[in-house]
Design a protein around this ligand. Structure first.
Ligand SMILES: [Zn+2]
Length: 399
């Protein structure tokens, strides 16, 4: 099975410039190939193979106008042309919409690296062709520092799949796939029901202790406050800008240096918040998996439905339910644990786990489950997690 790993890069200024150049040429080559396919298609021609396009591209590089492309590693543009052909082919086969051109505004900078030539050591990654000189000291430009040491395995036997380099508006990242063998370990006989919620992130049926809602911690609250303040500042700056002079129709005010600075700060805060949330979800899902259940049951949450409710939408988005499920899905698959998805219409919180009585008019503010039939008193979410564990109607999403 292929495991994906993504690690942040710490390039120096020279390397940063090069990375943007590479991404720019990848976009250029992609658009060029797409335009060629389009032109050909509109005049009644059939699909042009990426081989033919690449030959034409090589000729293009010999002309004066496009000789700047020669300073870019060949593999970058080669793969971009391939990608354009693939997306055009998918449209041909009615598998995808008509491919769009990549623009600076819509698409994050991104390019491909050759999977044989890319190299890693414990601290750095080597890209191809950042330096045009073969001299040893100039070759150092090719080695970019990694933000996490020893995360990506290296050595003679390691094969990398589809390495990509991308920029998210703030940082550069390298992502690769690695073939890894699954370790199916001895699983325990029991399963775990997981009830996801707003008050706490998750309640598991095997331990009566919830995973807290990370958004209620002091650190996240502080960051959210900071974000709000920065957003207010920037919108005030925009207002001032709009009032400063009369703009003609279609004319947009040009961003001032201060606005750009502030927007970068906002991006950074967003990034921090995201990191904290993402990290917490990873810790939680890994923690559940580590207990080696034979199966995990979760409710099929109607996330898009909840997003329609204004009050819920923000909370749900912050809780990252979708990400939680995505992680559970791939982590259980790796360990050979079955992931059971239970219909969202199953009344997990309205049913008494002890006697099966269904209480129709359950009040959401009631944190405690008090059964009118058998009289048992139990935490409401814990009761729900037990019901999810024992529910016999489910869909298995892996294996
Ligand atoms: Zn009962």
């Amino acid at each position: 099975m292929i495991k994906g790993i993504k690690v942040m890069l710490i390039p120096n200024n020279k390397q940063k410039t090069k990375l943007f150049q590479f991404a720019g040429s990848a976009r250029f080559a992609y658009n060029w190939a797409l335009a060629k396919e389009q032109e050909n298609y509109n005049s009644g021609g059939k699909f042009i193979s990426d081989n033919d396009l690449r030959k034409e591209f090589t000729q293009l590089k010999k002309t004066d106008e496009f000789k700047w492309l020669n300073s870019i590693s060949n593999n970058v543009t080669k793969q971009a042309i391939k990608d354009a052909c693939i997306s055009f082919k998918r449209f041909f086969k009615h598998q995808a919409k008509y491919p769009r051109f990549k623009t600076r505004k819509r698409n994050n900078p991104k390019f491909y690296q050759d999977n044989i030539k890319i190299q890693f050591n414990s601290t750095h990654v080597k890209f191809e062709g950042l330096s045009s000189s073969k001299k040893q000291n100039k070759q150092q430009l090719n080695w970019i520092r990694l933000a996490e040491y020893n995360r990506i395995p290296f050595g003679k036997d390691v094969k990398y799949i589809n390495p990509r380099v991308s920029f998210d508006g703030l940082n550069w990242w390298v992502s690769i796939g690695i073939e890894s063998e699954d370790s199916i370990s001895n699983l325990s006989n029991s399963g775990i029901g997981v009830d996801l919620g707003i008050k706490d992130l998750a309640i598991c049926s095997d331990i009566n202790k919830p995973y807290k809602n990370i958004n209620k911690t002091k650190r996240v609250k502080q960051l959210k406050k900071k974000l709000k303040r920065q957003q207010r500042q920037v919108s005030r700056k925009y207002d001032n800008l709009k009032e400063s002079k009369v703009f003609e129709k279609g004319e947009k005010p040009k961003k001032t240096k201060n606005i750009i600075k502030l927007e970068n700060k906002i991006r950074k805060t967003h990034h921090k918040l995201n990191g904290i949330r993402q990290n917490y979800i990873h810790q939680t899902t890994t923690n559940i998996i580590k207990r080696k259940p034979s199966f995990i049951s979760i409710e099929d949450l109607n996330v898009s439905g909840m997003m329609k409710n204004k009050h819920l939408a923000k909370v749900v988005q912050e809780q990252c339910f979708y990400e939680f499920r995505r992680q559970l899905e791939y982590k259980t698959t790796r360990k050979g644990i079955k992931l059971r998805i239970i219909s969202r219409f199953y009344p997990s919180s309205k049913t008494c786990h002890k006697c099966g009585y269904i209480k129709k008019d359950l009040n959401l503010s009631n944190r405690e489950w008090v059964c009118p039939k058998c009289g048992c008193i139990i935490d409401r979410d814990f009761n729900a997690s037990l019901n999810l564990r024992d529910c016999k109607e489910y869909k298995i999403v892996n294996g």
